[in-house]
Design a binder for this molecule. Structure first.
Ligand code: ATP
Ligand code: MG
Length: 368
């Protein structure tokens, strides 16, 4: 899986860009605020129509424009594709592949997968559960279109329920709507839990092997999926999980009304990491935290390979400079095979990388 060329129009700080890439390593270097991360974001957007940092598509459109275009030529499953995303202010986005309109973002993920690694990910272990859920969701949305659809629906229902809970005291009639939203959230939430449970099981095996290798066999990393307390086995079919979600909602009904917050559901899930049996969030050292985060990310990359038989495109944003020599070498040894985009501020310091192409980025343009 690789990106041969990319064209941008009105995307973030890029007025227009045409770039042709190396099938191996592509280094993007430049000073701060020139557009390095924006370029990675554009590539990542084509893998499932999601940005790793923008909440709304309109943030991706250049300030003075009404439309942004991201277009790329890909090689995927031994075939060539031209994929395109057009984003508009105040209108639905349009996605297409080889000129044919795509109905869902999941169809894009069938053509392109990316794994992004950025400095924030080094804190994946330390941060609140939101970061880890986002990590799970980003992977699963690319791997399983049905998951992406269920997640989108769940977010929509959650927003409605959040507003009902926020406003019910002023408008008690809103409470009549609650049972219906609860029921739909339970159905949708059960699908999310089922998929997450299987994904984490596989991720945990891969991450443990990578972490063992990384630490020279001295440490053991284990990863658990944590969801609603009353679900003993989250891998059960979603039809069997659904009544348990309803039961949990019922038990939290009063507390939700009093606190005016959604307290029950998989939007509270977490991915719990242990090193040598102790919670990494509380007890891991700096170095252990980094190693554990790296292991999770490299495990994610392997799961994409298992699924497709091709390496996903790896996006390393500013991360090599954050790692010490040993960890950097470990990452570089582990990423042979696929296409990689690496951003950095300095061109030097990337020894150990295979030859590829280097691009200098300044003010939203490539400087030859
Ligand atoms: P750093 O090395 O600091 O991470 P970078 O090269 O990765 O820098 P980017 O995050 O790509 O920088 O951002 C480049 C510039 O794009 C920023 O100055 C930002 O203000 C600008 N920018 C962000 N969104 C938009 C937008 N919608 N329209 C125009 N410019 C934008
Ligand atoms: Mg950046």
């Amino acid at each position: 899986m690789r990106i041969d060329w990319l064209e941008l129009e009105g995307f973030r700080n890029y007025e227009v860009l045409h770039a042709a890439f190396d099938p191996g390593v592509n280094v993007l270097f430049g000073e701060n605020a020139q557009g390095k991360t924006n370029l990675l974001e554009a590539v990542g957007y084509l893998a499932g129509a999601r940005s790793h940092r923008a909440r709304m598509d309109r943030e991706l459109i250049a300030f003075d424009r009404d439309r942004a275009i991201v277009r790329a030529g890909l090689e995927s499953r031994k075939r060539e594709f031209t994929v395109e995303a057009q984003l508009f202010r105040g209108q639905r986005r349009r996605l297409s592949a080889n000129g044919v309109r795509l109905k869902t973002a999941g169809e894009l993920s069938q053509l392109l997968r990316t794994v992004l690694f950025c400095p924030e990910d080094l804190m994946l272990i330390r941060a609140g559960s939101g970061e880890r859920r986002r990590f799970l969701d980003d992977s699963l949305c690319q791997l399983r279109p049905r998951y992406a659809a269920a997640l989108q629906e769940y977010h929509r229902l959650y927003e409605h329920k959040r507003r009902i809970l926020r406003d019910w005291e002023e408008k008690p009639s809103l409470l009549e709507l609650l049972p219906d939203f609860n029921d739909r959230m339970a159905r949708c939430g059960a699908i999310l839990i089922h998929y997450r449970a299987f994904y984490v099981e596989k991720l945990a095996q891969r991450a443990a092997a990578i972490h063992a290798d990384f630490s020279g066999g001295r440490e053991t990393m284990t990863v658990h999926y944590q969801t609603l307390r009353n679900i003993p086995d989250p891998r059960k079919p979603s039809q069997e999980l659904y009544p348990l979600l309803l039961e949990h909602q019922e038990a939290h009904r009063r507390a939700e009304l009093e606190s005016r917050q959604c307290l029950s559901g998989p939007h509270k899930d977490d991915l719990v990491v242990f090193i040598d049996g102790r919670g990494a969030k509380q007890f891991a050292s700096q170095g252990q935290t980094r190693t554990a985060a790296l292991s999770l990310k490299l495990a994610e990359r392997e799961l994409h390979y298992d699924d497709l038989g091709e390496w996903p495109v790896l996006l390393l944003d500013d991360v090599l400079s954050e790692l010490d020599r040993r960890r950097r070498d470990f990452v570089l040894r582990h990423i042979n095979g696929g296409q990689v985009f690496i951003t950095c501020c300095e061109e030097e310091g990337l020894d150990g990388l295979e030859e590829g192409r280097t691009f200098h980025i300044r003010a939203g343009a490539l400087v030859e």
